[in-house]
Ligand binder design. Structure first.
Ligand SMILES: CC(C)(COP(=O)(O)OP(=O)(O)OC[C@H]1O[C@@H](n2cnc3c(N)ncnc32)[C@H](O)[C@@H]1OP(=O)(O)O)[C@@H](O)C(=O)NCCC(=O)NCCS
Length: 167
């Protein structure tokens, strides 16, 4: 599938668009960075980061609101990602919404702005899940602003997580 203008979502400060091969080096750098991957079980090795980028491209070829780059319009820089991936949890396959920004662009409301814009592409009949570490307050605030509601606390791959749903 090739990118068309329809795939690109533009907000006041950001562009959210499917990943391109030219984004690979930036995402490999980010996926291998401790600071970017905070609240993730582990930073990725370079081969894992390349696989993760390939996976991001593959998901975006079938899901219009798959995890994809968030580009800051003023600088042209990729400053993070937002969107869904699949996750198997409690015997079901879910669409799990996630977002992540570079440290120097946190606290500006970018995650909410980018996610709200991309969420407009999601089918409202499709239930979305968010999985957040209980001590990750900024992420929980963002997810509430996006219309998710607290569901329950449950172990996810061995760690206690707060689960939120958006229907
Ligand atoms: C989580 C994250 C995406 C939030 O994005 P953001 O654009 O920085 O979010 P916002 O600027 O809207 O800030 C979110 C809220 O958290 C608050 N906040 C920021 N830092 C905080 C802190 N240390 N403690 C409590 N609240 C905090 C902000 O004031 C804001 O509150 P508001 O909603 O009342 O205005 C971003 O911080 C990030 O990339 N974190 C690291 C990766 C991560 O945790 N991803 C999510 C994994 S589930």
């Amino acid at each position: 599938m090739t990118e068309s203008d329809l795939d690109v979502v533009t907000t006041a400060r950001l562009t959210v668009r499917p990943p391109r091969e030219a984004d690979r080096a930036r995402f490999v750098e980010l996926f291998c960075s401790d600071e970017f991957m905070v609240f993730y079980p582990a930073v990725l090795t370079e081969p894992e980061a390349n696989d993760r980028f390939d996976h991001m491209v593959a998901i975006c070829q079938t899901v219009p609101f798959g995890k994809q780059p968030v580009v800051e319009r003023s600088s042209g820089d990729i400053v993070g990602y937002t969107g869904v991936d699949y996750i198997d949890l409690e015997g079901e396959t879910w669409l799990e919404w996630g977002y992540r920004l570079v440290p120097e662009r946190r606290g500006l409301g970018y995650a909410t702005e980018a996610s709200q814009a991309l969420l407009a592409k999601a089918d409202r009949t499709q239930e979305l899940l968010a999985i957040i570490a209980p001590d990750n307050l900024p992420s929980q605030k963002v997810c509430l602003k996006l219309g998710f509601t607290f569901w329950k606390q449950a172990p996810v791959y061995g760690d206690v997580r707060n689960l939120y749903k958006r229907a």
